[in-house]
Design a protein around this ligand. Sequence first.
Ligand code: UDP
Ligand code: MG
Length: 313
Amino acid sequence: MDLSIVIPLLNERESLPELHAWIRNVLDDLPWSWEILFVDDGSQDGSWEVITALAAKDPAVKGVRFSRNYGKSAALQTAFSRVKGNVVITMDADLQDNPEEIPALVHMIREEGFDLVSGWKKVRHDPALTKNLPSKFYNWTVRRMTGIPLHDFNCGLKAYKREVVRAIEIYGDMHRYIPVLAKWAGFHRIGEKVVRHQERKFGVSKFGVERFVRGPLDLLSVMFISRFGKRPMHFFGPLGVLFFLIGLVILLVLSWQKLMHHEYGIADRPLFYFGILALIMGTQLFVTGFLAELISRSASQRNDYLIRETTGI
Ligand code: UDP
Ligand code: MG
């Protein structure tokens, strides 16, 4: 199959028929074989009935329904393990992403050789204060921290080679960092395409202020796991040694002063407490490193490497 279109959705009943018709309208003229995979992330508004009705009429429509709301990342992950197309497109269900972008995205993957192409909602039709401004800051931060030059990491409209979606695993709220996960999995050809964006026509946004807390925490996790996930001691070890040495030097100097210069009352000096604190923190960081090594050693994926090619075996 040439193309899989993945659509995660939560309570988007009104949008689905129009979205389906719009996608058909775009793809019917093209010579590709394709499927639309709707993932109903625990909708309560009858979205699933709409999906089953669409699937009954159109054999290209497939659906998966969760028993409850697990989140957009879980919905994408479930779809990614089922897609059949060589190229995979993800898009939001709320008619904000424009299906007319699909042919150009597919072209970038198939002809221009990108592993992943992320949409860029350059002109964005969302509330400025709660969405657009925070998103600018967020994208700048992620760009700086990851070195991936995208403007819109969390754009729902993206295109992938199938190998990419099979290689990455998204959980929690990690859908915001898919390009980072892809790069970390060895897919470096990451492109960007300016895409049209519409105002939400029906329903409401599913992401509230909690994303300001979760987004940055997930970014830290992604950065940490990508660098140190398989060798946590390399993170904790140097910090532990550093703190331990600082503490040790301080306490040795204080002991020296007490013994040689008969200075009494070193326990009244702030430095004394700082020395002890540093020593304890150093030990704790070190022990944490050992525990983390034990955990990663017993993880079943500890030897999962992505082999791109082999020869002669
Ligand atoms: N969505 C989902 N599960 C969730 C939250 C959202 O599948 O827990 C879907 C939602 O239905 C939509 C897409 O993810 O298709 C993007 O959500 P939304 O449009 O609310 O985000 P925004 O555009 O406001 O950032
Ligand atoms: Mg939206």
